[in-house]
Design a protein around this ligand. Structure first.
Ligand code: FE2
Ligand code: FE2
Length: 134
């Protein structure tokens, strides 16, 4: 499953980053078809890890700015994914992880962007910035 407009949040910087994430995932999927699959998969995972780290930091900063009440749970979800991704990346040095990788990355990201990210949208759109004058 690729990008669909059903995943839009309406927050431009987040939507732009989510679209880039799907581009990275598409490259990751291509990597499993390459002749030198293990190293292609490994470097695709390195790319995904660095992009996901930036995206999570931006998203968490935005939620914090708006005092999002479910911030801790959302951060926990990001951390769990990062840990699972780090584990797969570590194994990708010496094992074929293409199946585990596809299942984790596609399953988690589509579900997370489609549900958990959507959950902060109404709050971010309506709540004033934390610390701004009431
Ligand atoms: Fe996100
Ligand atoms: Fe998120």
């Amino acid at each position: 499953m690729g990008w669909t407009d059903a995943l839009l949040t309406g927050i431009k910087e987040i939507d732009d980053q989510h679209k880039v994430l799907f581009d990275v995932i598409a490259r990751l999927e291509l990597s499993v078809t390459e002749e030198d699959k293990w190293s292609a998969v490994h470097f695709a995972l390195v790319e995904l890890t660095s992009y996901v780290t930036i995206h999570f930091a931006v998203e968490e900063a935005l939620m914090r700015l708006h005092d999002y009440p479910d911030l801790d749970a959302h951060i926990g979800s990001h951390r769990a994914f990062s840990a699972a991704l780090a584990d797969i990346k570590k194994h990708s040095i010496r094992e074929d992880v293409s199946e585990a990788m596809t299942t984790l990355v596609k399953g988690w990201l589509v579900q997370h962007i489609g549900k958990e990210d959507q959950a902060y949208v109404p709050h971010l759109r309506s709540a004033p910035l934390a610390g701004s004058a009431a």
